[in-house]
Design a protein. Structure first.
Ligand SMILES: NC(=O)c1ccc[n+]([C@@H]2O[C@H](COP(=O)([O-])OP(=O)(O)OC[C@H]3O[C@@H](n4cnc5c(N)ncnc54)[C@H](O)[C@@H]3O)[C@@H](O)[C@H]2O)c1
Ligand SMILES: OC[C@H](O)C(O)[C@@H](O)CO
Length: 497
């Protein structure tokens, strides 16, 4: 039985969040499991709801728990569940379709009109202590995939779905517009599918620097020139001949979408994943004359989560590289601010029952290969960073195993866990000033509403209304870094899923 906290991070209305202790959910059917949420990533859509209170026709009318990129540990199983047991570590697929409509029965449950998707009004999200879900939407993580990686399976599954929609095959060239988390993951999946040239395009050089160490073979800084000229530049840069076999828009920006159609080769494929303005000027003649196959891509469907997990388990995609930091649950609001400011690629929030966040992050960090970062890591300032001198030890037990014990679920390998505990204590004492962190946690448990309503947030709201796509129409070479407010969440500016 679940005995921990069910503290939840609740959005009341735009710029108004609070921590609320909610009742622990109970299984609604014997095919469900109850999961203690260990880690949750922040998606641009979460930030968009926090800032604007709506995305398209999804409007936050009642307080809603945020978050949908999560992994957790099974604490209870319904009597009809055969595939999971208490103690299993799982990635949570956060949208539950009706299973009966034509789309569900036709194998496209992501298009179910009755979809109940976490943190999409009116449905609560996963930034909570416990989450109940149908067992078949909880994917057991292999031993070599950590719970922190598990939280990144959701955005990776978005990338898998996009690349599947594009039907990328070995030897192909792929251009991905946008180097936010979705674009980066699309590029990485395209490489894993055998694409030999993967060109990442963005308007921020730092993001491209990161992309080159992640999935991209080439990077192009989009200029303030016509979409046709940007397309010619991309083709020339990567020696794409008559154009790219596949183009993917993961920016939602109008000039980028236009450049997609000019970059793709005759008979190539174009997939729209980014969601910006509802209506744009689109080069329809080029699409028609080139006989381009155009597809949309929405969330993920059959087999996408499974494949995403396999790609991580097989070492094909190192999702840990995307993580700039892990913060305790009490610092959720601050984490949202960092994402909004474009200061991080991904930040993970530990569940309220997660006790050892600092050492968990330290452990994960030591396994990371240092790559150029698009942004300043914030974790050192927030939770303390582990010394990077230590070599990663592959045989070391995963820190997540400790969490199982903390949640009274299942005994981890006792010997290994003990060693880790001792190590974690040392790290805390020497490197992370545990007392300071504790004090911060206590403070953060009482969120101050007035702090949220900063001028910065208000300004952001106003600016977000002005689509940045206009900028690319100015006929000038673009060299300067865009302002912070043009970054991360702006891609969601015109709407999302
Ligand atoms: N289809 C889906 O199921 C799905 C799921 C999740 C997110 N999304 C959408 O995908 C998009 C990307 O998501 P994200 O989380 O990576 O967002 P993000 O905002 O972090 O990334 C968007 C990137 O596009 C870049 N960009 C902006 N204008 C550009 C231009 N003219 N040319 C090239 N790059 C440009 C930005 O600098 C940014 O790096 C968003 O529009 C989001 O709403 C779609
Ligand atoms: O990753 C999937 C998307 O972020 C979701 O559709 C989100 O927008 C909530 O509806």
């Amino acid at each position: 039985m679940a005995t921990g906290s069910n503290l939840s991070f609740v959005l009341n209305k735009p710029d108004d969040v609070e921590f609320k202790e909610k009742p622990v959910p109970t299984l609604k059917s014997q095919r469900e499991v109850l999961v203690a949420v260990n880690y949750t990533g922040i998606c641009g859509s979460d930030v968009h709801y926090w800032v604007h209170g709506s995305i398209g026709h999804f409007i936050v009318k009642e307080p809603m728990v945020l978050g949908h990129e999560s992994a957790g540990t099974v604490v209870e199983v319904g009597s009809e569940v055969k595939t999971l047991k208490v103690g299993d570590r799982v990635a949570l697929e956060p949208g539950y379709p009706c299973r009966h409509c034509a789309n569900c029965l036709g194998g496209h449950y992501n298009l179910c009109p009755e979809m109940a998707f976490a943190a999409t009004p009116p449905y609560d999200g996963t930034l909570t202590g416990y989450w109940n879900a149908p067992a078949d939407f909880c994917y057991k993580l292999p031993d070599n995939v950590s719970l922190q990686e598990g939280a990144l399976i959701e955005p990776l599954a978005v990338g898998v779905h996009v690349v599947r929609q594009a039907q990328v095959s070995p030897g192909q060239s792929v251009v991905v517009m946008g180097a936010g988390p979705v674009g980066l993951l699309c590029a990485a999946v395209a490489r894993a599918f055998g694409a030999t040239k993967v060109v990442q395009v963005d308007i921020i050089q730092g993001k491209l620097d990161f992309a080159l160490g992640f999935g991209a073979t080439h990077a192009y800084l989009s200029k303030r020139v016509s979409p046709e000229e940007n397309a010619r530049n991309i083709i020339e840069l990567a020696d794409l001949g008559a154009g790219a076999d596949v183009v993917i828009d993961a920016s939602g920006a109008e000039p980028s979408i236009q450049a997609c159609v000019h970059t793709v080769r005759v008979g190539g494929s174009y997939v729209q994943a980014g969601m910006g303005k509802d209506n744009i000027t689109f080069p329809i003649a080029a699409l028609c004359i080139k006989e381009v196959t155009a597809r949309g891509s929405f969330r993920y469907g059959s087999g996408d989560y499974k494949l995403a997990i396999e790609l991580v388990a097989a070492g094909k995609i190192d999702v840990k590289k995307l993580v700039d930091g892990v913060v305790p649950f009490s610092q959720a609001e601050d984490a949202f601010k960092k994402v909004k400011e474009g200061k991080v690629i991904k930040i993970l929030i530990a569940g309220p029952n997660e006790k050892d966040v600092v050492s968990t992050f330290a452990e994960e960090k030591t396994e990371k290969v240092e790559e150029p970062k698009a942004v300043e890591p914030i974790v050192a300032a927030q939770v303390g960073e582990a010394p990077k001198t230590e070599e990663p030890k592959a045989e070391e037990p995963k820190v997540e195993e400790l969490k199982v014990e903390e949640l009274n679920i299942e005994e981890p390998k006792a010997e290994e866990a003990k060693t880790e505990e001792v190590k974690a204590e040392e790290l805390k004492a020497e490197e992370v000033k545990a007392e300071e962190v504790k004090t911060e946690q206590v403070k953060a448990e009482e969120p101050k509403a007035e702090e949220v309503k900063t001028e910065e947030v208000k300004t952001e709201e106003v600016k977000a209304e002005e689509p940045k796509v206009e900028e690319a129409k100015v006929e000038e070479p673009r060299v300067e870094e865009p302002k912070p407010e043009e970054k991360s969440t702006h891609g969601h500016g015109g709407g999302c899923c």
